[in-house]
Write a protein of this length. Structure first.
Length: 226
């Protein structure tokens, strides 16, 4: 390959507004999160999600929305009880797709959790992963199987992944969607094996960070250098 400088060039201007707002969340999270938490049943997905909600280094928000077919879980009942005790904190729960409000109707500075809904209609979920950031709404999609998550607008728009143990087929899809330009598939599998060798271990991929500055982490404790 050879590059030849053009006689006429068009320099792209950076017209982004330099907004000096304080960071919305803890240091380990992107400013706006479009997250996927994926792993088999009883691997720890809900524990990780709740930790992000209640830990001081996690998410910061004023309103919480949950769409799940398993709102009866003790952990979600616990979460509702905790939220009810916090003044000015709103908690909204839905168990049917037709009940889910659109992004235009949610309050700003919110977290929206989509849990165990891969078999339900996905149109509203796609809207949140596409438009939620414009209202400071952070979205999380919890699912057992990565390939069941819609690729269009959900997988393609996600910027934060928490991955528990995956089989090779699903892992290859993760690699193709998010990792391919950073390393070989063999290197990626080696990193995953290190993260998953401990029970309840997981890999974090933060796509808003540079490759050796926190993009890959083992749990929320160890930076991975490629």
């Amino acid at each position: 390959m050879r590059l030849v400088k053009q006689a006429n060039c068009l320099q792209v201007l950076n017209l982004d507004v330099n907004d000096e707002r304080p960071q919305r969340h803890g240091d380990l999270l992107p400013d706006t999160v479009r997250g996927i938490i994926c792993g088999p049943s009883n691997c720890g997905k809900t524990n990780v999600m709740l930790t992000l909600l209640i830990n001081e280094n996690g998410l910061r928000f004023n309103n919480l929305y949950v769409y799940s077919k398993s709102l009866y879980q003790p952990k979600y009942l616990f979460l509702k009880n905790v939220m009810d005790l916090i003044p000015d904190m709103r908690y909204h729960a839905f168990n049917a797709s037709e009940e889910v409000v659109s992004p235009d109707e949610v309050f700003e500075n919110s977290v929206f959790i989509f849990d165990d809904v891969a078999c339900e209609k996905q149109d509203n979920i796609r809207l949140y992963f596409c438009m939620g950031r414009h209202k400071a709404v952070d979205s999380f999609y919890l699912c057992q199987t990565y390939t069941r998550i819609p690729k269009h607008l959900v997988r393609d728009n996600s910027n934060f992944l928490i991955l528990f143990k995956q089989d090779d087929m699903n892992l290859k899809h993760v690699y193709d969607d998010h990792v391919g330009t950073d390393m070989s598939f063999h290197e990626f599998k080696t990193i995953c094996a290190e993260c998953w060798k401990d029970k309840y271990g997981f890999l974090v991929i933060d796509k808003d960070r540079d490759i050796n500055k926190g993009r890959y982490k083992k749990n929320f404790e160890w930076y991975i250098y490629v």
